[in-house]
Structures are given as structure tokens and as C-alpha cells.
Design a protein. Structure first.
Length: 486
């Protein structure tokens, strides 16, 4: 770390899935590399009763399950586990916080970082109670997980309450997608290469597609998902963040607020989707029974058991339009869903076709595309047209792939998104985190779509599990002579 100031990391929801599967393994890997030597203690909070040793055993079991074997080292584990502590705490009970107050170091050379790996409905209570016991200093930081609220009104209320305790410079609203190597490489791709800069506008780019596809269902999150849906769960944060990085103007510098200023401008330029155009611009879907990866799966309603969820979308496809000088006329096609054919996330930048071709048999229906893959593997590929090898008077053409990325698959040097983001929190770098006005602008646009669905009476369309969503989603780009990249 860049500072000599020591830290204590306090994790609310310390026994939850996020803490055990993602946060603790990420912290262990950072410890292996000597990057969090200044973190003196990692205090996990949960409602259950557990000793430090019992909690350490639970963390170790999860790490051995989810970490690749070559990352495991007993010596490093002993150093890391010595920092782990557990305190039983009900976040809504102020008296339970006294044990936490005793555990937190108030020395001026020590700062506390509070990670709220809980439902956002608990954020206000947690922050108020932390303030009441006097453990929040001018150096204390707080990390807020997504989704931040359920709509603009609840998001605004949470932001207001958290700001009563922590200043904006110390609030880190996290979206793990922004910690991915390829997402960060978008800035370098766009602004570090003269090859792409002049082409990155509506004059040369025909359309941009962002897909976040999942093959899993609600996986035990039925209660949450029945009240949330795909638009709130994925579009409001992950997908809009990717759209901002693709569409933003070049920042004047790489300071956090300069970059976030440009992202907010993109969100402010999004054309509202209203009851007048919502049918033409959006498709809602909900999966029925089917088969994913050759295994039969139940319908969403059977999986959740909530009969009143018959209009909760598990799939959404949108045409978003950025109304500014750079992007006017270039549609952004966004889609996400559960129980789709396969799991992948990608950004497609499709260039416009030539007005005519010199070559017979030109595969002009296969235009130049830049494919930025985020998962399951991370890579960047450029699709270009090439001459097919062979003799003959007529040139025959084919589409070929150029791999543009460095080796992102070296496991010894690969870093999970949470590793980078946790390190940034400890170092105070907010570049990859959302500012208040940014997350509220996301909610404002998403709320307008939800209102439009309600006012226009738009219902979910069924799609079989194991497909790529309702047939109507295919028509979203096809009515303009385009198609989803598959």
C-alpha cells in the first residue's frame, strides 16, 4: 500500500456468500503478494455465534473450495488467518455494537474501512449505529454493494443518510464489473491507440451491443429477485457502467472525478424511454421450463414459488440511444437474462459496411467487429475480412479473427475484480467506483422504463430456459437490418 497508515477492515455480512466466496479469498491473495501488510485486522460481523477459530475454519474451507490449488500456501494462510476475527452482531441492535467499538483501534494513525456486504435496506441503520458508537473518523471509509436501493427515491434516501456519517470522498459504491482487467483496458483501447480514436463515433460505428448472459436461475435469491427483476438487478449497474465506458468522451486526465464527470454526461444524454416508445425499444421476458447445458430446469415461477411474480422479468433487451454529437444515430443494444443458452458477457462494436464492394462474394454481411469479452474468459478480438488462401482468378474472402489482448490467462498473475477493488478502497482511489450523481442518474433512466412498462401495460414474454430469450428480442435490431452477435 502507498500509505504507512494501518487499517482495520470491518465486514458486515461476514458470514454471507459474498464475504466467504469473494472478499476473503481476494484479501488472502492480496496478503500473499504483500499488498495488505498494513491491514492489521479483518473483523467479520454476523448474527450467528462463532469463535475466531470457528470462523477461520469456515473461511479456510471456502478458500480450499474456490481458490485454485497453486494459490494455497499454509504459511501465507497462517499470517492471513491471524488477522481474522469474528464478532456476533445484529446490525439493527445498537447494544450489539459495543463489542465492535471495543475492537476498533481509535489511534490517529489507524483508519477503519467498513464493508457493507448486506442488503442496502440495512445501510442507513448500520451507518447511524457506527456514528452513535463513535468509531467513524475523518479517515474512515465505507463500501456500499449494489444494487443501491430499489429505485431512485430509495437510492436518494440511502445516499442522504450515508452522507450524514461519511463524506462523499470516503464512500465507495462498488460494482465488481469495473474491476475486471478488460473493462479497465477499455480506457487504454480507446484513448491509447490512434487506430481506434478517429473511428469511435457514429460516422463509422453502426451499432454497439452489450450482453450479460447467465445460464443459472435465481439460485436461492428468489425472494430478492421476485421483487427486483433483470432491469434493476443488472441493467441499472453493470450494463450502464459498461455503456458509459464505451460511450464517454476522452477525459482531460485520469483523476477519478474527471473520469466520473464524463460518465455522468453519457447518462444524462440517454434518451428517455417512455410509454410512447417502450414497446418499440424494450422486450421483457420470463423463462419457462427447459434445458440448460442438457439438464432440465424448472420455470421461474416454479423455482421461486411466488405466484405474484408472473410479471417479474428474468430477461430484458433494450435499444438505448445516446443523444449527443458523437453517438446520434448509433443504437446501443443492451440485453441480459437468466437461464440463457450459455454464460458470457461481451461488448460488440460493429463498424459500418462499405457502400459497395470491389470483390465478388464479399462477405459484406459479416462486417468488421471489435469483440470485447468479459467472461467467462477475458479477451479482445477484431474481426476483419481476409483473402482465402488458394489459387484462382477470383479472389475469395473470409472473415478472420485478430487477437488484440495481452496474455490475460496467466493464472499466476491474474487478479479477480474484488482484489483490485479492495486494494483501491484501502488506497483511497475512487476511479472504479460510482459517485452519487452517477448512480442516481442510472436509477432515473431505469425508473422511466419501469414507469413506461406500467403505463403501457407491457407484460413479460415467455422464453424456454436454454434459449437466448424471447423471439421478440431478436426483432429489436432486425427491424433495422441488424442482428445480435452470436
Amino acid at each position: 500500500m502507498s500509505s504507512t497508515q494501518s487499517s482495520q477492515l470491518v465486514i458486515f455480512g461476514g458470514t454471507g456468500d459474498l464475504a466467504l466466496r469473494k472478499l476473503q479469498p481476494a484479501l488472502y491473495k492480496l496478503q500473499r503478494e504483500g499488498l495488505i501488510d498494513d491491514v492489521r485486522a479483518i473483523i467479520a460481523l454476523g448474527r450467528g455465534e462463532s469463535s475466531d477459530e470457528e470462523y477461520r475454519a469456515a473461511v479456510k474451507e471456502k478458500m480450499r473450495e474456490f481458490l485454485p490449488p497453486h494459490f494455497w500456501d499454509e504459511q501465507h494462510w497462517q499470517i492471513f488467518s491471524a488477522k481474522l476475527h469474528f464478532i456476533s452482531l445484529d446490525v439493527n441492535s445498537l447494544k450489539d455494537y459495543h463489542s465492535l467499538a471495543e475492537a476498533i483501534d481509535r489511534h490517529p494513525d489507524s483508519k477503519a474501512v467498513f464493508y457493507l456486504a448486506t442488503s442496502s435496506t440495512l445501510y442507513n441503520s448500520i451507518c447511524r449505529n457506527l456514528h452513535s458508537i463513535g468509531v467513524v473518523s475523518a479517515e474512515s471509509r465505507v463500501v456500499l454493494e449494489k444494487p443501491l436501493g430499489h429505485d431512485l427515491a430509495s437510492c436518494t434516501e440511502i445516499n442522504h443518510e450515508v452522507l450524514q456519517v461519511f463524506p462523499e470522498r470516503n464512500i465507495f459504491r462498488i460494482d465488481h464489473y469495473l474491476g475486471k482487467e478488460t473493462v479497465q483496458n477499455l480506457l487504454v483501447l480507446r484513448f491509447g491507440n490512434a487506430l481506434f480514436g478517429p473511428l469511435w463515433n457514429s460516422q463509422y460505428i453502426d451499432n454497439i451491443q452489450i450482453t450479460v448472459a447467465e445460464d443459472i436461475g435465481v439460485e436461492g435469491r428468489g425472494d430478492f429477485y421476485a421483487k427486483t427483476g433483470a432491469l434493476r438487478d443488472m441493467v441499472q449497474n453493470h450494463i450502464l457502467q459498461l455503456l458509459c465506458l464505451v460511450a464517454m468522451e476522452p477525459p482531460a486526465n485520469l483523476r477519478a472525478d474527471t473520469i466520473r464527470d464524463e460518465k455522468v454526461k453519457v447518462l444524462q444524454a440517454l434518451r428517455p424511454i417512455t410509454a410512447d416508445n417502450v414497446k418499440a425499444k424494450t422486450v421483457r421476458g420470463q423463462y419457462t421450463a427447459g434445458a440448460v447445458n442438457a439438464s432440465p430446469v424448472a420455470a421461474f415461477l416454479d423455482e421461486t414459488g411466488f405466484e405474484d411474480s408472473n410479471n417479474t422479468e428474468t430477461f430484458v433487451a433494450l435499444q438505448a440511444d445516446v443523444h449527443n454529437w458523437r453517438w446520434e444515430g448509433t443504437p446501443f443494444y443492451l440485453r441480459t437474462g437468466k437461464r440463457l443458452a450459455r454464460r458470457y458477457s461481451e461488448i460488440i462494436v460493429e463498424l459500418k459496411k462499405h457502400p459497395f464492394s470491389l470483390f465478388e462474394g464479399d462477405p459484406n454481411d459479416l462486417p468488421n467487429k471489435l469483440v470485447i469479452r468479459l467472461q467467462p474468459e477475458e479477451n479482445i478480438t477484431l474481426y476483419k475480412v481476409n483473402k482465402k488462401p488458394g489459387l484462382g482468378r477470383q479472389l475469395k474472402l473470409e472473415q478472420v479473427e485478430l487477437n488484440l489482448d495481452a496474455d490475460l490467462h496467466d493464472e499466476l498473475h491474474a487478479h479477480e475484480a474484488y482484489e483490485r477493488l479492495l486494494l483501491d478502497v484501502l488506497e483511497g482511489d475512487q476511479t472504479l467506483f460510482m459517485r452519487r450523481d452517477e448512480v442516481e442518474a442510472c436509477w432515473a433512466w431505469v425508473d422511466s422504463i419501469i414507469d413506461a412498462w406500467h403505463n403501457a401495460g407491457i407484460k413479460t414474454k415467455p422464453y424456454s430456459a436454454g434459449t437466448m430469450g424471447p423471439n421478440a428480442s431478436l426483432a429489436l435490431p432486425e427491424k433495422y437490418g441488424r442482428s445480435w452477435h452470436e
